[in-house]
Design a protein around this ligand. Structure first.
Ligand SMILES: [Cu+2]
Length: 410
């Protein structure tokens, strides 16, 4: 396994006047005190509206629903998805996580960084936390995966058991309403055509995935969800995607993480059996589908952040993979991280014809709901950060305001 360079640590000590970067830790590596800070911070974001919260905690504070609406706007953008197709998948989520991290730390600065979730530790095949009190799907963390029909498959345990999904708030988010304004049937923060009327966060049985023979059809190619589908992929699968010798440009890394980012024309070439489920697998498994075809909340791409603990921590783990890959790529070939190369992120449709407009290097990330303050109050960009800006400002070991414990420990 290739871990990122130790020079991150060196950089921090050499540049003594620079503020220390935030080190994102695995959820179960949090101390008792940090665990309480995390729960308090998230609970505050779930209950204190942005205006009140900013008065108490400063401008970086944003309420939780802000992040759900922002995510849903990216999915429903009229130009095509601005965060889940092609190259912009990871730049969008990196920006979203940075904004989310700053909002959380505005409430609980002593937490120091957003945690991530290494789900290989929860694998039924030898994962350290499988069926222990620290198992992700236990009452200490995200609550049980097994919901019951008697309670409409509501999530009823874990830190956010019995959490209710809010309605789209027209007073606060009316400027985004032409793109996204909640479920048309219920007004709840679910995808526009959702008719699921339970107000609680919902998880349908994982076994339904196989009953329903789900497949994704992309162009003339169908990708079935494999029968032996296991949400807790192995560590080897995870580390495979960080290999910069095998994955030499930005989009190749995305293909390794998520088969749904592969353009249909290229799918046959990039579909190793049973692979490329690292990102979508946990969305499918945790949310799953009802017998009637309703999506559980983690399955609903637009509003999957409704799964409070699972969503951000899973995406931070994907971001960790990306950052380690970036560090490996830059070490193999320092020019890959230069302004010109930018890890091979496509700059134009002539270079890479498959991205949605808005997803190329110099486009503003999610321009219909911009990111303006993800690098803190001293670097606000009212016109919105571009994909380039996100990459330039988060070069591992160089400019990134955060790193991961697994990148600095060795
Ligand atoms: Cu997403």
């Amino acid at each position: 396994m290739q871990l990122a360079s130790t020079s991150e640590v060196d950089t921090q000590t050499k540049w003594g006047r620079k503020p220390r970067v935030r080190v994102r830790k695995e959820l179960r590596g949090l101390t008792q005190r940090e665990y309480r800070l995390l729960v308090n911070g998230l609970s505050t974001m779930l209950s204190v509206p942005t205006a009140e919260g900013q008065a108490m905690y400063g401008k970086q504070y944003k309420e939780y629903n802000y992040f759900i609406v922002k995510h849903a706007v990216s999915v429903n953008d009229p130009r095509g998805d601005q965060g889940h197709a092609g190259s912009c998948f990871q730049t969008f989520h990196r920006a979203w996580l940075l904004e989310f991290e700053l909002a959380l730390l505005a409430v609980v600065p002593e937490l120091r960084a957003l945690p991530y979730w290494d789900l290989t530790l929860d694998s039924s095949k030898g994962g350290r936390y499988y069926n222990t009190p620290n198992f992700m799907f236990s009452s200490r963390w995200a609550g049980s995966l097994d919901s019951s029909p008697a309670e409409n498959f509501a999530v009823k345990d874990g830190i956010f058991g019995w959490r209710q999904i809010r309605r789209f708030n027209w007073e606060v988010y009316d400027e985004y309403a032409p793109i996204y304004n909640g479920s048309l049937a219920t007004g709840l923060l679910r995808t526009p055509d959702s008719t699921l009327n339970s107000t609680f966060v919902t998880r349908f049985p994982v076994s339904n995935l196989f009953k329903k023979n789900i497949s994704m059809t992309m162009g003339d190619t169908t990708v079935p969800i494999p029968d032996n589908f296991d949400w807790s992929y192995s560590a080897a699968d995870y580390w495979k995607c960080t290999d910069a010798a095998a994955y030499r440009h930005w989009t190749a890394w995305s293909y390794c993480l998520d088969i749904t980012t592969v353009p249909p024309e290229l799918l046959k070439q990039y579909m190793p059996p049973g692979a490329a489920m690292l990102h979508p697998g946990i969305h499918w498994a945790v949310g799953s589908l009802s017998d009637e075809g309703h999506m559980g909340d983690m399955f609903d791409v637009a509003t999957s952040p409704n799964e409070v603990l699972v969503f951000f921590s899973h995406h931070a783990n994907i971001d960790r993979n990306n950052m380690i890959w970036q560090a490996n790529l830059a070490r193999r070939n320092p020019a890959a991280a230069s302004r010109q190369a930018m890890y091979g992120y496509p700059a134009s449709s002539s270079e890479y014809p498959y991205d949605n407009p808005g997803c190329y290097l110099n486009d503003v990330v999610n321009a219909n709901f911009k990111f303006t303050d993800i690098f803190g109050p001293s670097a606000v960009k009212p016109s919105g950060f571009t994909h380039y800006d996100v990459l330039w400002g988060t070069r591992p070991g160089v400019s990134s305001p955060y790193t991961y414990d697994s990148m600095v420990r060795m």
